[in-house]
Design a protein around this ligand. Structure first.
Ligand code: ISE
Length: 339
């Protein structure tokens, strides 16, 4: 691919994440600009696109992908809308950064995996941004050195201040724990083979009928366990923490002790309030890495296989939540394109 001055990006979905990415591409990212914003809500798309000269606005993702001034696509629409846009992008051989989840279930993720294989080369990066977070990157690098020995367990805590009104009990797994599913696979280099979900009596602060918090146990093909406390109405802050317990030591991230103050007989710091704040740097690095790789004609970072594996694990997790017990994860054989 000849290198253009700027990668011209269509952003599909202009809700919280989409709008954040539009701002990021325009203000922070080098080598890209937004040329189209698409949303089912035309007024919202208009508002998000307003500050950008010459940016088109539409409600039809497929029309945006067909436009002459679009080289690449960033998908930030709700998960159930991803498959159609992904398949259309692959048909046009357009590079894609797709926010998680790749698709909401394993069967649809498999259709995308098959379409990319039919194309013959990788085109999709999936937005598992923790792989670009400085603390996660250091943790992974440390594990790689082997100094701590073999990882035995991962303890994850994932807390949100409050869940949005549309959140369901299944979404605690498919929308939130999806991140720990990917982080576990990436940190350990293992696939997840089984999921169990336990839950205490729900918090009185959770909306009615929401099973919040939940405690998820992931088993891996490398013989490790990864547990996840997911609590999306904790009220006090946005916290993502992980501790890896290995044969010769442990390593832990996410304590948020970057700034500690001492004043008026107290000490402490602040806690981020949402993911756009906690992972702002990670999103910047993720999108920059996507733009740089795309301009080189490459695909790096988490791909379609990772999106498919996460979808299959989350589907098993939702079954474990709804039916109880331990649910095994069935994956197809990993195709050569992703090895
Ligand atoms: C949201 O979709 C995210 O991806 C956030 O990172 C996560 O913390 C939150 O629970 C999800 O709903």
């Amino acid at each position: 691919m000849t290198q253009r001055a700027d990668l011209r990006v269509a952003v599909i979905g202009s809700g919280r994440m989409g709008a954040d990415h539009v701002r990021r591409i325009q203000q922070t990212i080098k080598g890209a600009r937004v040329t189209a914003v698409v949303d089912v809500d035309a007024e919202r798309a208009k508002r998000v696109a307003a500050p950008i000269d010459g940016c088109t606005v539409s409600t039809d993702p497929l029309a945006a992908l067909a436009a002459d001034d679009v080289d690449a696509v960033l998908i930030a629409s709700p998960g159930p809308a991803h498959e159609a846009t992904l398949l259309a992008a692959l048909e046009r051989d357009l590079p894609v950064l797709c926010e998680k989840p790749l698709t909401p279930d394993a069967a649809s993720a498999l259709r995308v995996l098959e379409a990319e294989q039919a194309l013959g080369h990788r085109r999709i990066q999936v937005g598992f941004m923790r792989r670009y977070d400085a603390e996660y990157v250091r943790l992974k690098a440390l594990l790689r050195t082997g100094q701590l020995g073999r990882p035995l367990m991962v303890h994850n805590r994932h807390r949100n201040v409050a869940s949005p009104p549309f959140f369901t009990s299944a979404m605690l797994i498919s929308d939130s724990v999806a991140h720990e599913v990917d982080a576990t696979r990436w940190l350990l280099g293992h696939e997840i083979t089984a999921v169990t979900v336990l839950r205490p009596a729900p918090s009185a602060n959770a909306p009615d009928h929401l099973l919040d918090p939940q405690f998820v146990v992931l088993e891996t093909d490398g013989g490790a366990l990864s547990d996840v406390e997911i609590f999306v109405n904790c009220g006090f802050g946005y916290q993502v923490q992980a501790e890896v317990v290995c044969e010769r030591g442990t390593a832990r991230i996410g304590d948020g002790h970057a700034l500690v103050t001492h004043m008026a007989a107290r000490w402490g710091g602040t806690i981020a309030q949402d993911y756009t704040e906690r992972f702002a740097d990670a999103y910047d690095r993720e999108v920059q890495a996507w733009v740089d790789a795309t301009r080189r004609g490459e695909v790096t970072g988490p791909g379609t296989w990772d999106g498919y594996a996460a979808a299959a694990v989350c589907e098993a997790g939702v079954r474990a939540l709804e039916e109880g017990g331990r649910v095994t994860v069935e994956l197809v054989d990993k195709p050569a394109l992703y090895r």
